[in-house]
Design a protein around this ligand. Sequence first.
Ligand SMILES: O=C1O[C@H](COP(=O)(O)O)[C@@H](O)[C@H](O)[C@H]1O
Length: 233
Amino acid sequence: MTEIQNHVFENGAQLADTLANYVTEAINAGIAERGRASLVLSGGSTPARLFQQLATRPIAWADVTVTLTDERWVDETSEDSNAAMLRRELLTGEAAAAKFISLKTEHATPGEGETACAERLAALPVPYDLVVLGMGTDGHTASLFPGDANLGPALDPDTAQPCIAANPPGAAQARMTLTLPSLLSCRRLVLLISGAEKRAVLEKALEDGPVEDMPVRALLRQDAVPVDVFWAP
Ligand SMILES: O=C1O[C@H](COP(=O)(O)O)[C@@H](O)[C@H](O)[C@H]1O
């Protein structure tokens, strides 16, 4: 079982400030070591404040390649697009010099886009310097959802696929997600969550129970990378 370190803050502003420093350090260490850094970031609403802070940090952004943990299969004109959120909140000012790899291809479905997406992801330096994941109140992380027909292949530790289509039951859109082995191909792993409800979900995920019920357990139970949990009310 991996080492899990909890970082608890009084509020979201303090969390964003401290985590932006943590991410900056991971990026700068990557650039110092191999001349470039790779960053995998979650979508959704929680990371917006972190991204705003991170965009102000002194970083050689042209040496940084950024992608997402997962993406909804929508164009960037949609308010559900994780890429649009990332561009709006992070890739502004000097941070706009970062290279961004979108998981959304021109294909009609994420299943058809898997090969093209995998080819794009091959441009990212591996291991990734940092992966920042979020979590939903159903225990999903990235787009590893309970009940998804592709969850088994996505969690397969031996899969060679870096990304796979996801069709979460009841969700408005199909998605593309990085697979578990791809997410774990990193030097540091952060789980970023906020609010009492998600704290309770995390406590439940730390209890015994099937990974398929709460896929975030796959991250909490692996032994490849230590996990830093950042939480604020
Ligand atoms: O759908 C998604 O949900 C999770 C959690 O999002 P949040 O809005 O509750 O912060 C996110 O980590 C994932 O990237 C996103 O696609």
